[in-house]
Ligand binder design. Sequence first.
Ligand code: G1P
Length: 296
Amino acid sequence: MATRITKAVIPAAGLGTRFLPATKAMPKEMLPVVDKPAIQYVVEEAVAAGLTDVLLVTGRNKTALENHFDRATELEANLNLKGDTDRLQKVEYSNDLADMHYVRQGDPRGLGHAVLRARMHVGNQPFAVLLGDDLIDARDVLLSRMIDEQEARGATIIALMEVDPAVAHMYGVATVETTDEDDVVKVLDLVEKPAPGTAPSNYAIIGRYVLQPDVFDVLEETEPGKGNEIQLTDALRNMAQNDIAGGVYGVVFKGRRYDTGDRLDYIKAIVQLAVEREDLGPELRPWLKEFSDNLK
Ligand code: G1P
């Protein structure tokens, strides 16, 4: 019986150019989604699925990430002195959320390259990869379902979501066949960001993966692909087509996912999450309604 996986890898070396100038001196992973940095949602999701060992693959200008998951002694002392226990709790929460580790990517040569940087830390066991641009609603189950499937099938598991064919070219897209489980498909082929109108299906990869460690050997051999970057999708394609380490399966997610990767989606994500919050929703909802009624 395999032991349950414990390690999560979160690539966080991107330059965040879509959010300039906000990201000139601040990592995009620190952009607030309502009042929490985007990265904290992702780490919380990993921890909720039992993955308490988290490796962030970072780059230059990313020290704010390390600081966020460490103590903020001065701030804590100040809040303590004021007896502001509510805010103190918010500050302290991320200190010990997970056992955090960091490695730098060096040259940003693509997602596959970022994952390869985790090799030493991960070793020879299955592990999860979570992409920070995709937020999965904490009330919906995805990662733990994927981990269960990884254990049951001894294969690599990716998260898929059916998307509007008009946007399929923005994702890795899978060719699939059904299995004996409703929410699981076998992945036969994958293509990274197919040209518009050429996607083989509307099953898009959303940024959650539970990978067999064999992916490292495959990535070592993977040539740069789309955008001249080493693509994780290309390595997974090889594993799916050649049945490497049990092949690749997809868990089809039907829950709530928020994209924070570009400005418009980021704004939508914040509004969607804020209207459901107990502290903000009751005031925000009627205001939003009035605001939209007045929109031309
Ligand atoms: C990455 C992957 C892509 C996947 C997407 C999900 O692309 O390469 O296969 O569909 O994440 O968000 P990115 O959006 O980082 O360019």
